[in-house]
Design a protein around this ligand. Structure first.
Ligand SMILES: [Zn+2]
Length: 289
């Protein structure tokens, strides 16, 4: 699917289902604090990014890995350092990204998807607040039983995603990610190493984790207006927000160019205009006034 093109992230699982029709209201996402895993991290709330901030962010983060881009977005939205967010759990990171997105582009979220059955190009609209991770955020460690092992795992962080990004394939990345996130492992009551889990046990652990909100990807339930097909599509807010930011920059730069050429104003002055006023000036320029 596109917002242009959210990708599934490498988390151990996939199955938080949020139907497109969902419109349950969540608590104000702006209030979500960025604490979690990092003992030194101070809670921070995101603030609204203006056109100049967004453009600067886009320039700084363009071409970087999606996980790194998410860190740069959060640093920009909080006035913090990207490293402050590397150890924040993915559910908490995503809640902050949703809050950032809502402040920058509003709560309504539009995307283009292709029907997997008939190929029809479809647009859907939903609310970002209906997709954001539920409160309280599911970012604590969770215990699972796998054979004779009791495994306690914490949700992955961006640092974990970055650490496994060079894995040779998706199953290897999944296994490496799960292993990194194991907090404790006991067999018959005896503590043992996370490395003692074999492939089948890791697969079983991944399967169980996929049903827990702390580890699940957000899934959109979509149906095709043309042929009636119903399917699920993974929604990665980090990718979605980045694609929106890139599209925003691609629209904004020609606007700045046109206004600067017509009036001789600086980029800074033009970016400081509200979107509505920029649009009015563009109309005037186009009308040859
Ligand atoms: Zn279809």
């Amino acid at each position: 699917m596109r917002s242009r093109n959210p990708r599934s992230r490498r988390s151990p699982s996939r199955s938080r289902v949020a139907t497109v029709a969902a419109n349950a209201r969540k608590p104000e996402p702006e209030a979500i604090a960025a604490t979690a895993g990092h003992p030194a991290a101070t809670p921070r709330a995101v603030h609204a990014l203006g056109a100049a901030d967004l453009l600067e962010l886009w320039e700084r983060a363009e071409g970087r890995d999606r996980a790194e881009q998410a860190l740069l977005v959060l640093a920009s939205a909080t006035g913090g350092d990207p490293r402050d967010f590397a150890e924040v759990s993915i559910p908490r990171r995503d809640a902050l990204l949703f809050a950032t997105r809502r402040l920058a582009f509003g709560d309504e979220l539009r995307a283009i998807v292709g029907c997997p059955d008939c190929g029809e190009r479809l647009e859907f609209t939903t609310l970002a607040s209906a997709l954001a991770p539920p409160e309280p955020l599911p970012d604590a460690a969770v215990q699972f039983a796998v054979g004779d092992a009791q495994v306690r795992i914490r949700p992955p962080t961006t640092a974990d995603l970055l650490a496994v990004r060079d894995s040779p394939n998706v199953p290897a990345a999944r296994d490496a990610l799960l292993t990194r996130c194991i907090v404790s492992l006991t067999r018959d009551g005896t503590p043992t190493s996370a490395a003692s889990l074999d492939g089948a046990e890791l697969a079983a652990l991944a399967g169980q984790a996929s049903n827990h909100p702390a580890f699940a990807d957000i899934q959109l339930e979509l149906n095709c207006a043309a042929c009636g097909a119903i399917w699920q599509s993974a929604f990665d807010v980090a990718s979605f927000l980045w694609d929106e930011l890139a599209a925003f920059a691609a629209r904004l730069l020609p606007e700045v160019h046109t206004i600067a050429r017509a009036y001789g104003w600086s980029e800074r002055e033009i970016l400081a205009l509200s979107p509505g006023r920029r649009a009015r000036y563009l109309d005037l320029i186009e009308a040859g006034a």
